[in-house]
Write a protein that binds this ligand. Structure first.
Ligand code: MD3
Ligand code: FE
Length: 204
């Protein structure tokens, strides 16, 4: 892999086209059980431009009352579906963690959606890495340091790419500046899916 900033490892083209198609089909089944919802900012209730769902024992949600992990879908109340085996295999191959992931956040970017610079700190376990997998149109991803003022680097995340955030990068500021239109034929509609596999609680 390529190390983009210390602890941020990048595998361009980790999944071949056939694997990407199989993953996209896995996700269609997950999303049939756990439909995309529109998260909202705490306090203001401002909607995110990214739509989300989850699979795994826990899922990340955000609404007027705050950010949290919970075992059920915020709109249907149903438990999140299990993490597909193909995603667990990628975690085993790349994460270097003895613990299974507890949450897989599914982010859907329609063209024009973006995600501002932020840190991921709603987990109690920061020593476990986060694994990100991209499908569909290419995203312009930006990652910096642990201070918002630190310099950033930009990387294009294309369909099939894998990114591991570990060690000093686990608390790095990062975001998605924009989706580059017409850069993939994988999905049946324009846009991008990002999957992040995460440990939420300390391993036992
Ligand atoms: C760096 N997702 O879900 S993935 C997120 O493409 C998120 O949807 C973006 O930021 C996306 O929180 C970026 C790459 C990524 C994921 C998690 C990280 C980078 C990270 C956690 C810590 C540091
Ligand atoms: Fe993030």
């Amino acid at each position: 892999p390529v190390e983009i900033v210390p602890g941020c490892f990048y595998w361009p083209g980790w999944f071949d086209r056939g694997e990407q198609e199989a993953l996209a089909e896995d996700l269609r089944q997950v999303l049939a059980q756990a439909p995309l919802f529109t998260p909202r900012m705490p306090r203001t209730g401002q909607p995110f431009s990214v739509r989300m769902s989850n699979c795994g024992p826990l899922g990340w949600v955000s609404d007027e009352t705050g950010y949290r992990y919970q075992p059920t879908h915020p709109e249907t109340g149903a438990p999140w579906p299990p993490i597909p085996a193909r995603l667990l295999a990628a975690w085993r191959a790349l994460a270097g963690s003895p613990w299974a992931p507890e949450a897989c956040l599914i982010n859907w970017y329609a063209p024009g959606a973006r995600m501002g610079l932020h840190q991921d700190r709603d987990e109690e376990e920061f020593s476990a890495p986060v694994l990100s997998l991209s499908l569909g149109d290419t995203a312009l991803f930006r990652v910096g340091g642990t201070s918002r003022k630190d310099p950033t680097r930009s990387v294009r995340l294309a369909s099939g790419d894998a990114l591991l955030l570990s060690g000093p990068a686990r608390l790095a500021f990062h975001g998605i500046d924009r989706i580059l239109p017409d850069t993939s034929t994988l999905l049946k509609q324009p846009g991008r899916i990002n999957l992040t596999l995460r440990r939420v609680h300390r391993g036992e």
